[in-house]
Write a protein that binds this ligand. Sequence first.
Ligand code: ITT
Length: 199
Amino acid sequence: TRLILATRNAGKINELKAILADAGLTHDLVGADAYPDIPDVKETGVTFAENALLKAHALAQATGLPAVADDSGLCVDVLNGAPGIFSARWAGKHGDDKANLDLLLAQLADIDEAHRGAHFACAAALALPDGTERVVEGRLRGVLRHTPSGTNGFGYDPILQPEGETRTCAELAPEEKNAISHRGKAFRALVPVVRDLLG
Ligand code: ITT
């Protein structure tokens, strides 16, 4: 059966296909980019979980198929959790990863090593056309570098160095990132829920 990945972020789609296939899910995984006529839902929630559910329900309703969605972001300790749910549009324009990362680095320029803690957060939601919904979350803790390093991944990956690592997320191989990431944890926890509800 087909399972819609309710996201148009190519970085997420790549990671989700690998994470879900590695976890043994045999569904036909199709990104929302295959449905260009379905409008993007307004992310009006105030939490990752609320926004993930909004996205999953929108695609499940519009396609009549089960859908999973990811809402995620970077939560910085000294910024009281910002950018958080605003991570994709921190510098103004939605999805401008470089502008977002540059602005955040500028905001943290005077913060010393001991106070650069942060985490990535991911809410993974499943919605069925009949309105059934489930959501689980995952986190990846680390520290923020002063300068970007690495070319893998997307978004803030070049500046987050996971706890216990000497490399940034953008210097990890994709399978290394997925093994420890917020997205890997959340979606591996969602797999048994998908199996339970969809078979
Ligand atoms: P969809 O809503 O279509 O899924 P989006 O990019 O708008 O795509 P979000 O609203 O969830 O998704 O924003 C997530 C942002 O958080 C993303 O643009 C990145 O800047 C950042 N982010 C999330 N996960 C990340 C990761 O694994 N590595 C680096 N940055 C990440």
